[in-house]
Write a protein that binds this ligand. Structure first.
Ligand code: CS2
Length: 483
């Protein structure tokens, strides 16, 4: 079967073709972290915005360590299909990704692109751990050897923040004008977090270098926050086979997703932006209420489902949702623990949002693996569950469902054969000698980067988590979710 690429476009049925002519689209966006999520979310919004309102907003997708996506997309001229699985399946080839760059081998080209006047926007989906920050304080981890190497300079930077600051330094030297750095990761106040990390990096440079750079960044660079939402499981061989059957071309870069998508963006751009509102994005002055809602309701439920589901032997989210005990925990977590902590934007129907989430989690056509969501728990728990727990404890309430989520994470990292987490070694060392649930709770709560200092000192929190972990150990997920 021939491979997808420019030569295939004329043979694709109109309904499957890109909305823009990719050959005629100039590149204005550098995207760091071109995984499946970006290709099914921001790249789709951007293509629709360009189709509706024009602009040279093609995307150069950057990948950091693995050249997998480069090998998938380069031979296909950047084209790939988006397979949308809902009640029906639909497919369309996306055309906004115009260039690809492998940072580990093309560091100098990345710096040159960030310094080019045509680049007016950098977007990021580098995952929580890609920021190399301490989630509890939001500060850059200066002790991280890669961060230290990027500060020392002399070689192409390896960390995202290093790449950005060195790129901004080159941009300033080239007098290439203002630019926007837009974080699209699942972190609260993600724009503010990124601004803080860029500023931490500048402050750690020699003063003669860092101070004028920081001043230029203050005048020329904006860091809007954004809330992104679309469920995008890892692509499987079955998805690739189905896309090939529907398109008549083989596609190594296909991404699979749900019909739902949402993007709420703080409208503060230093050098223009695509007309994303024409593609259904919400451009607003304050993203915070939307972020909290999404992170606590969707991602908080997702992580809870992932740990309970994986412990109960459910491979996919939809299987875990078919387990009445687990589905009940998710419904209680949202309504009893999270909802009272939210400042719901005016006119927003938060109950309808919860019902819609439950439906999305049930989508049987999406094969979203629980172990995929379970990874990197140390980087995810703070914004997904711990914020809810802190707010409820402060209000004098007992957030038992959110604490069950934390206990399920503890049970998972204590007993799972392999834990995919940047702190996996520490998790293993901390729990190696723990013989009882209480000892495991004590050991893991000592991770100040994750839990901070105050929460672990709260006896109500320790007891709720310990009770849930004991229930999980004694009677398994069925007993712990029994109501
Ligand atoms: C998931 C998210 O993998 C995970 O941790 O919770 O990727 C989730 O699917 C997205 O945030 C949905 O918008």
């Amino acid at each position: 079967m021939p491979r997808l690429g420019f030569a295939a476009l004329a043979d694709l049925p109109a309904a499957h073709r890109p909305l823009v002519d990719p050959r005629a689209l100039g590149t204005g966006i550098v995207h760091l972290g071109i995984g499946a999520f970006h290709r099914a979310h921001q790249a789709v919004f951007t293509e629709e915005a360009v189709a509706a309102a024009g602009g040279d907003w093609g995307i150069c997708g950057v990948t950091q360590r693995s050249r997998g996506v480069i090998d998938q997309l380069r031979p296909q001229d950047g084209l790939y299909a988006v397979l949308v699985r809902g009640e029906q399946t639909s497919v369309r080839v996306a055309g906004a990704v115009r260039d690809l760059l492998f940072a580990a081998e093309e560091g100098e080209r990345l710096q040159a692109l960030l310094a080019a006047p045509a680049t007016r926007l950098v977007t990021l989906t580098v995952t929580e751990k890609g920021y190399r920050h301490d989630p509890a304080t939001g500060r850059l981890r200066l002790s991280d050897p890669d961060v230290a190497a990027d500060l020392a300079g002399g070689a192409p930077p390896r960390t995202v923040v290093g790449q950005l600051v060195r790129g901004l330094q080159a941009r300033r030297a080239a007098d290439a004008g203002p630019i926007t750095l837009l974080s699209c990761d699942n972190l609260p106040a993600n724009g503010e977090v990124l601004r803080g990390l860029v500023s931490d990096f500048c402050a750690a440079l020699p003063a003669a270098e860092g101070e004028p750079l920081a001043a230029w960044i203050g005048e020329s660079v904006s860091f809007p926050s954004s809330m992104v939402d679309r469920i995008v499981p890892a692509t499987t061989d079955d998805d690739r086979a189905e896309a090939a059957r529907l398109l008549g071309f083989s596609d190594e870069g296909v991404v699979v997703t749900e019909p739902f998508r949402q993007w709420v963006v703080e409208d503060r751009f230093a050098a223009g932006r695509p007309a994303w509102e024409r593609a259904g994005a919400v451009l607003t002055g304050d993203v915070a209420p939307y972020e909290a809602m999404k992170l606590r309701l969707l991602n908080g439920s997702h992580s809870t489902l992932a740990y309970l589901g994986a412990l109960a032997g459910h491979e996919h989210v939809a299987d875990a949702m078919a387990d009445p005990g687990i589905a009940g925990v998710v419904a209680h977590l949202m309504a009893d623990d999270v909802e009272p902590t939210l400042a719901v934007p005016d006119g927003y129907d938060v109950a309808a949002y919860q019902r819609e989430l439950i439906e999305r989690f049930h989508n049987p056509a999406l094969r979203h693996r629980t172990v995929q969501i379970a990874m990197d728990g140390t980087q995810k728990l703070p914004q997904r569950l711990l914020g809810t727990i802190r707010d409820r404890l402060a209000a004098g309430a007992e957030p038992r469902w959110a604490c069950l989520g934390v206990a399920a994470w503890m049970r998972y990292v204590w007993t799972a054969p392999a834990v995919d987490d940047p702190m996996a070694d520490r998790l293993r060392t901390l729990t190696a000698d723990a013989a009882t649930p209480r000892a495991v709770v004590e050991a893991l709560l000592s991770l100040e980067e994750v839990f901070g200092a105050e929460l672990p000192a709260d006896g109500r929190f320790r007891d709720l988590v310990t009770d849930s972990l004991e229930a999980l150990m004694k009677g398994g997920v069925a007993a712990a979710t029994a109501g």
